[in-house]
Design a protein. Sequence first.
Length: 273
Amino acid sequence: LLLLQVLASCLWLGHSEVGTSFANCPQFFYKETFPNDVLQPQNPAWICQCYSNTYQFATLYDQDRRIPVYSAYIYQPESGTRPDPGWFVEPQLIDTNDLKEMEKESYLIEHYNFTIDQIKQSQAVLEDYENLIDLDRAHLNPSGHQDRRESKTATFTLTNIVPMDNSLYIGHWNSYQFTTMQEKSKGCTTTYIITGAVPGNTEAVKGRVNRPSYIWSAACCLVNTQPRKAWGAIAENDNNKIKNLSLGELEATLTEIYGGRTVSLFNNSCPRQ
């Protein structure tokens, strides 16, 4: 049943996958419970990320800062060749249209007569990430956490990317994503993950793309159908350091960062200690 939910078609509903909620793709959140509104930016887009006619994951996107606030997905790692599909953008952020799936900038320009300025209005584009200094393009949902070629490929959308400190990207964050996650998820039947970015006070490139001040990640592990453990991690986006936390500690840290407004990331049945 879970597999059928995750593989649900993005076309049968017949309407946009960018909307005002994740009603079209709730399966990426445990018990269909979304993070609360504290994380919501002023100009949000709720994206049910669609590729190859299939929902792959979900992203809350900040259209003003041109970074994802978080991406939510189910952890299904599989080793194998990392795809190199190039980079996608989200056509439904451009204007009202009937396009359901992420596409390449060049394809939208050549086949749908969009201009690069239209695409740039509400999201990051490839040129924003050229010539980065001491920064890398970092996936919130990394391809290595997915088990199929289609789901791996779908992570290469710029709506899933933030500028991350280079030393953190290749250092402790990489270790967390691909070593710590593997260790902590042993014995889990299903692991739900939400990985996010706290907006910073500086723009990474050309005054367009925000450089997050923090990167964080949270996980809720189910054994059979019951949540048995949960955990989190957070890192300042200017050096190679990371804090491994309980889910409750991560939510408390984010609550402090967001000015004392209580942050809740998962359904209450996920352990906070």
